[in-house]
Design a protein around this ligand. Sequence first.
Ligand code: HC1
Ligand code: SF4
Length: 575
Amino acid sequence: KIKLTINNRQVEAYEGKTILEVARENGIHIPTLCYLKDYTGTGACRVCQVEVEGVRNLCAACVYPVREGMVVKTNSMRALDARRRVVELIVSNHSKDCLSCIRNTNCELQRLCQELGVREDAFQGAKTTPTFDEVSPGVVRNTAKCILCGRCVAACKKHQGLGILGFMERGFKTKVGPVFDRSLNDVNCMQCGQCINVCPVGALQEKEEIHNVIEALNNPAKHVVVQTAPAVRASLGEEFGMPIGTRVTGKMVAALKLLGFDKVYDTNFGADLTIMEEGYEFINRLQNGGVLPMITSCSPGWINYCEKEYPDLLDHLSSCKSPHMMLGAMIKSYYAKQHQLDPKNIYVVSIMPCVAKKGEKERSQMMKDEMKDVDAVLTTRELGKLIKMFGVNFIDLKDEEFDQDMFGEYTGAGVIFGASGGVMEAALRTVVDVLTNQDLDNIEYHSVRGQRGLKEASLQVGDLKVNVAVAHSMTIAKPLLEEIKAGTSKYHFIEIMGCPGGCINGGGQSYVNALIRNSGFDFKGARAKALYDEDRAMPARKSHKNTQIQKLYDEFLEHPNSHIAHELLHTTYDK
Ligand code: HC1
Ligand code: SF4
């Protein structure tokens, strides 16, 4: 360890650490903008400039290493002035339409301006010609707000290995975007939205559908049914200032009822249904020489990636639609029939932690008789806005239950879909019971849980050995896909989710700002825990124990993978 002084305070530190790290370890806050732990750290924005005795220029704390005897001043007049100047320059090339910006009140640039006392529009004049792209189904890019921090560039590369976003041009003309400033729709963007999640400003955002939903709610001819994805309950509370990882299932249901939805269902029911279809599909492939490994198909970001980057492997995908699409299809068929409603008058809204789901619902394979299975997809963030817009006091709501008539029951297996490894664990809970003809008590598969990279397990199921793997994000999945391509994969069943950590960290979840991310707080783990807690509290924890699912098969779907199930619940992919 070495000794140094920061702001007249003697501190100890390990050699090799940066001034920023050591300051934070000692409770000294240095403002940053482009710096995101584990993503960037290039000193590019220079907001973190500090004064180091004996060094002529100010130093960027996020890259400058500490030395024995160093004397650092983070708040000298010179540092404060330089920092404010840097932000004033950034702001001078920024659109500054804060009042109508999607990030109003949670923008990191706004916060910084406040923190540094930026009070005037110091530099006015020419601005870089902006690009506005809202062509892709889920992601909107507006460079008029971009501050060139590079956080999105790092996220796309680090998690998806795609490098869709990059810096182009130089100097004043510099922009961030796809190659040749193309639309995100014209490149291999998988629409995961991980770039949105790390953007400090409103340069990247989801394509909002909130007004379509308000219109449907106000249309007396429409019967509006809403469903909520497993992961939403683990993040929605953050929109109202609750701590990350607070589970708000009951409040969320109460809010949706107050907003005026005719029925409030849980996508967890759809997840249980998916396990029935996907579980039996897997057993069938296993026993009858089908294409293996079979890969899960519920993450539309992953499907986009597979179609674009690995079209040869599409036969490995399960043919199952994702849970919310399955539930949408059931609402427009069975539910419509039972309630004597014309499916054309039913409007299905899915609340999802996901941006890619916005595009998924538009796929031609997700329509029947020109009717979409799902009509609108709102992100967790959009639902937060809708609740505020309707004047609902979320924090004080009393817990309510999903509508129980038809699709309101769910099992613990359905809940854990929202965390990486959850789909695999849910599938195993059913597949192992079916294959061994038992009702096993030991149903927690800890080897596939958690936030680390690739997860795998090998299970003895009767006289079969089943190898499974779980990947979350494409950089983790890629080696598995290369193995399959080379014919050397040892796996029988693989779960792949588009986002790191799974849906709990989807591109539509609440923003986790750089302060929290840089503190090292495991926000993905906290949200995942909320789901595993709900699982443990459920009376039934295996999808095949869902009595409403059993009834649905008895009365309508006949049996898993039946002809009618194939027609409504399964899909095809685009080569
Ligand atoms: Fe997911 Fe899924 S778990 S994809 O991560 O299979 O988005 O939460 O709704 O459909 O159930 C997302 C979450 C979600 C589907 C389910
Ligand atoms: Fe990259 Fe995902 Fe953003 Fe597309 S949505 S640019 S794939 S991070």
